[in-house]
Design a protein around this ligand. Structure first.
Ligand code: PEP
Length: 257
């Protein structure tokens, strides 16, 4: 029997939406798809909107994610928040290793690995972002980069923890640029990631792991991307900031589920 991976659509609001604006957006989304269970939907507001959005999501199927966290439990890390702090706000998912964090905040694979382990130890599901820059793609090193990032971030993750991990393949050149990877380009890397997971953890486990595509995904290009064998959903930036497009993306995922 083939393994059916439930599609997941996650909205990365980045540094957008005040708490009040977040509540409005979350309410619109919940009104449209709050009870939808055929597809998993996750909203990732900025830290300052987490608590207010958590109230909107209470009792709904839509889950709450954070965009980052620090690996330490507590201490002198000005401006940071811990996994435990997120858990108290009913956060279930956390985006880790986003290319904007790697580029603007110098996050390394080793640091991201610490965060992945800390998230898992605190029962938060990491949405682990990996992906190559344009220069790396043009230099022919896409697969090597993705392999280094994946193996680096998953070091020490036990097989029984892996099912809590969601991978997001996000070609950096496609994020926020309107340039989407072709379905063939995306599927090639997704298949490669699943192959790597198979080598690291064995096929039965690798087949269960969701690999999302991220990079200018929108309602017009989502159906084709989501129909690919190894694309199990999307991590959405720009198109997650309006209820209409986010809901359409969830519906596109439902259509291929
Ligand atoms: C992202 O930042 O994770 C992302 C995919 O952004 P966008 O959809 O705007 O390209």
């Amino acid at each position: 029997m083939p393994i059916i991976r439930k599609k997941l659509i996650a909205g990365n609001w980045k540094m957008n939406k005040t708490a009040g604006e977040g509540v409005t957006l979350a309410k619109e989304i919940v009104d449209a798809i709050g009870r939808e269970t055929a597809v998993d939907a996750v909203l990732c507001p900025p830290f300052t909107a987490l608590e207010s959005v958590a109230h909107v999501l209470e009792g709904q199927a839509v889950k709450l994610g954070a965009q980052n966290m620090h690996p330490e439990k507590n201490g002198a890390y000005t401006g940071e928040v811990s996994a435990e702090m997120l858990r108290t706000l009913y956060v279930t998912h956390v985006i880790l290793g986003h290319s904007e964090r790697r580029t603007y905040f110098g996050e390394t694979d080793a640091f991201i690995n610490k965060k992945v382990l800390a998230a898992l130890a605190n029962e938060l599901k990491p949405i682990l972002c990996i992906g190559e820059t344009l220069a790396e793609r043009e230099g022919g090193s896409t697969l090597a980069v993705v392999q280094r990032q994946l193996e680096g971030a998953l070091a020490g993750v036990k097989p029984e923890q892996l099912t809590s991990v969601v991978i997001a393949y996000e070609p950096v050149w496609a994020i926020g640029t309107g340039k989407v990877a072709t379905t063939a380009q995306a599927q090639e890397v997704h298949a490669f990631i699943r192959e790597l997971l198979t080598k690291l953890y064995g096929a039965p486990l690798a087949q269960k792991i969701r690999i999302l595509y991220g990079g200018s995904m929108k309602p017009s290009n989502a159906p084709e991307l989501l129909a690919q064998k190894d694309i199990d959903g999307g991590l959405i930036g720009g198109a997650s900031l309006e209820a209409k497009s986010f809901v359409e993306l969830v519906k596109a995922a439902m259509a291929v589920s």
